[in-house]
Design a protein. Structure first.
Lengths: 328, 401
């Protein structure tokens, strides 16, 4: 039992588009988190924005995107400042500083949500954690033929447009500052001697991650944001040694995870004869995890099996003396 | 309006509000105590966030255990089964983090981020499977995510309290071993300590605290029990036994007050309330702890500046240069100057300050490498910092010829 075209275009296409764009944007900026050993920053930011989202929601009183995004951005900036303050003034390692700040902010957000929902407001922690891919609808198209009509495209859901804008912003910023990002990531000291402000780029990366996470969480939830910031870049890192290749590969893997995961969640149960679909955001995270696992095992040079083969080739090479044979 | 609520709070705090709530409050306090003690060593070992991956990774195990329970036809959700599932998948997550950071080129932070999000995603998928199967008792599963003390049964609370006390006791018994592991694992290995086994024991204790904390605090925030109390205690002391004790006390107080608050406000998720209370303790420590708190540091800095300004003004006056008006006011208050001239006490203090300065300058010029790390040269009296024969040597060298 396959869904008909209209149903696909109205329900699955927008969700798929949102997932693909969110994954691509997160994977793109995630490269710099992974390379800068700041993987947990994505985790911290995506938890810490919760009070900002609820605050923006409470102040504006509506589910408009703008106040929630502004609140989230303010919360992300506050979290960044607090983490830095706790780390420096408290002389704590950065992991512990993050742990203190993001758990407290998330807890504050949860309490704010419960207070708000006591007043009959429809917002819960679930949609922040898992997102609501399934509720993104695109009512305009009626069939393949209707896609030729520009008016149909103009009626794309707001979430998809926001994500497209953020993805474009990420591409533009990474493209524009590619050289600076590269040098500050791999050798911040050299960057400073060359007059490139490494500290500024550090905060720039964190801020870009925050903006991406905020745009993406509404559609796909904070858990998928963390998965997409880390897993595709980590997998790409195991497959190549060149930054440009790693970035392109990570975006491709993120998109692949989105397609596979969404497909498995939406259509998998149907193929097995069940009537309900599964949680798509969770399934995409699982798909990205599988991709990472494959890269860990089968990566040509840095994968576990690849490394074993390389050692085997060395041993077979002429002139090789086994270490145990070298002992006197 | 306030009074009955306050009385109720007092009753819960003093364990007089019925046996059930007393048990829940005591169990949560024990949980906080265990979190503080185990967390101290996680913090020192720089493994604080590993427990975040661990706690998120418990979700798929809980879901699978629920499905197994349903398949076996168990009538209600059975807590031991769910927690066994949590332990199993939490340990798998933990081992994955260690394997990723040891055997691949990925760093630990990436490994943690990947594991926690992928495992949690798997758990979410499994939860949606359970939802679709429309089995009974599944509402209880959600409480594992954000925590709930209201749903806790007496037996569960007692079990949590006993296990937590056991974890704290284990830390006390392994204190010497964990101490050497935390500060110098290389030395520990050379001395023949089983470093790997100790690390495993520490992570095992962290797993225990995480899993028994799932129900009260929830898997997203349980990591806070392991991180916040020791991080707060860090502001109070530099000594490990004191650090562990203070972290335990802060953790226990957070659990105790947090459970009380959430008994009063049953609508609020218990985990968030407990974490906010712990955050409050952290803020207090951050600001007001005497050893490393912000206010204490600012006071120390201010006193240092004042002493420095006072000594400089005194030596200036001795040389016939007038002191700045603000410093002059301070010197008048101390009785060192009167009508713009040094008093007898001022003369003595000024001469001592001038001698200190002369000797410090000689010392810095001749032996800059010998400067003790903690001395505030130019401010601390030199006799109280340097040994007597060094001071005599400096006296000879700096005597005006």
């Amino acid at each position: 039992m396959m869904p008909d075209v209209q149903e696909f275009l109205q329900i699955d296409a927008p969700a798929l588009l949102a997932a693909v764009l969110a994954c691509a944007a997160c994977a793109l900026v995630g490269n710099f988190l992974v390379l800068r050993r700041q993987g947990m920053m994505g985790d911290a930011v995506s938890h810490a924005i919760l009070p900002g989202i609820v605050g923006g929601f409470l102040v504006a009183g509506t589910r408009e995107t703008l106040p929630m995004m502004l609140g989230a951005l303010a919360a992300a900036a506050l979290a960044g400042l607090l983490i830095e303050a706790v780390r420096r003034l408290g002389r704590l390692e950065s992991g512990a500083a993050m742990g203190v700040v993001f758990t407290v902010m998330f807890a504050a957000g949860v309490v704010m949500i419960e207070q708000a929902s006591a007043g009959g407001i429809d917002l819960d922690a679930d949609c922040v954690l898992y997102g609501q891919l399934e509720t993104i609808l695109w009512l305009a198209p009626t069939g393949w033929a209707s896609l030729a009509d520009p008016a149909v495209w103009a009626a794309l859901p707001r979430e998809v447009l926001t994500l497209a804008a953020v993805f474009a912003l990420c591409v533009a910023l990474v493209g524009l500052f590619y050289k600076e990002l590269k040098i500050t990531t791999f050798d911040p000291a050299l960057a400073s001697t060359l007059g490139i402000p490494a500290g500024l780029f550090h905060y720039g990366v964190v801020l870009l991650v925050a903006a991406t996470a905020i745009a993406a969480f509404e559609a796909v939830g904070s858990i998928l944001v963390i998965a997409m910031l880390i897993a595709p870049p980590a997998a790409a890192r195991l497959l190549t040694d060149r930054l440009a290749a790693q970035i392109l590969l990570s975006v491709a893997l993120g998109v692949l995870a989105a397609l596979v995961g969404y497909g498995a969640a939406a259509f998998g149960p149907m193929l097995l004869g069940a009537s309900h679909s599964l949680n798509a955001a969770g399934m995409i995270a699982v798909a990205s995890g599988l991709i990472l696992a494959l890269a860990v095992l089968f990566g040509p040079r840095h994968g576990l099996l690849g490394r074993r083969r390389a050692v085997g080739r060395l041993r077979a090479a002429p002139g090789f003396v086994a270490p145990e044979a070298q002992k006197p | 309006m306030i009074d009955p609520m306050f009385e109720e709070a007092l009753r819960i705090l003093t364990f007089q509000s019925g046996f059930n709530s007393a048990v829940v409050v005591a169990g949560t306090a024990a949980l906080g105590l265990a979190g503080g003690t185990v967390g101290t060593f996680l913090l020192l070992r720089r493994r604080a966030l590993v427990s975040d991956a661990l706690s998120h990774a418990t979700l798929p195990g809980i879901a699978v255990a629920f499905l197994v329970g349903a398949a076996l036809g168990l009538p209600e959700r059975s807590l031991p089964l769910l927690l066994a599932g949590a332990v199993a998948s939490g340990v798998v997550g933990l081992l994955t983090v260690q394997a990723l950071s040891r055997f691949t080129r990925l760093t630990e932070d990436s490994a943690i981020g990947a594991v926690l999000s992928v495992f949690f995603g798997l758990g979410v998928v499994l939860l949606s499977v359970i939802q679709n199967l429309e089995l009974g008792g599944q509402a209880g599963l959600k409480t594992f995510i954000l925590g709930q003390t209201a749903a806790m049964a007496q037996g569960e609370a007692i079990a949590i309290g006993l296990l937590a006390a056991g974890a704290a006791l284990a830390v006390a018994l392994l204190f010497k071993e964990l101490r050497v592991l935390a500060f110098d694992p290389g030395f520990a290995a050379v001395q023949g300590w089983p470093v790997g086994a100790l690390d495993l024991a520490l992570m095992g204790l962290a797993t225990l605290v995480t899993v028994i904390g799932l129900q009260t605090v929830g898997l997203i925030l349980v990591v806070a029990l392991l991180i916040i109390p020791p991080a707060a205690a860090r502001f109070w002391t530099d000594r490990l036994p004191a650090l562990t004790l203070i972290a335990a006390v802060i953790g226990a107080l957070s659990g105790w007050l947090g459970a009380t608050l959430s008994a009063l406000l049953p609508k609020l998720p218990a985990g968030a309330v407990i974490v906010l209370v712990a955050g409050g303790f952290f803020l207090l420590s951050f600001l007001f702890a005497p050893a490393r708190g912000l206010v204490a540091a600012a006071l120390r800095q201010g006193r240092l500046r004042l002493t420095f300004a006072e000594r400089r003004a005194l030596t200036d006056l001795l040389d016939g240069r007038p002191a700045e008006s603000s410093v002059a006011l301070w010197l008048r208050l101390r009785g060192y100057i009167q009508d713009g001239a040094l008093t007898a006490a001022g003369q003595t203090a000024a001469r001592a300050a001038a001698r200190d300065r002369r000797l410090w300058e000689r010392f810095l010029a001749d032996y800059p490498a010998l400067l003790p790390a903690h001395a505030n040269w130019g401010v601390d009296p030199i006799d109280s910092v340097l040994p007597g024969d060094m001071v005599r040597l400096l006296e000879e060298r700096s005597a005006p010829s």
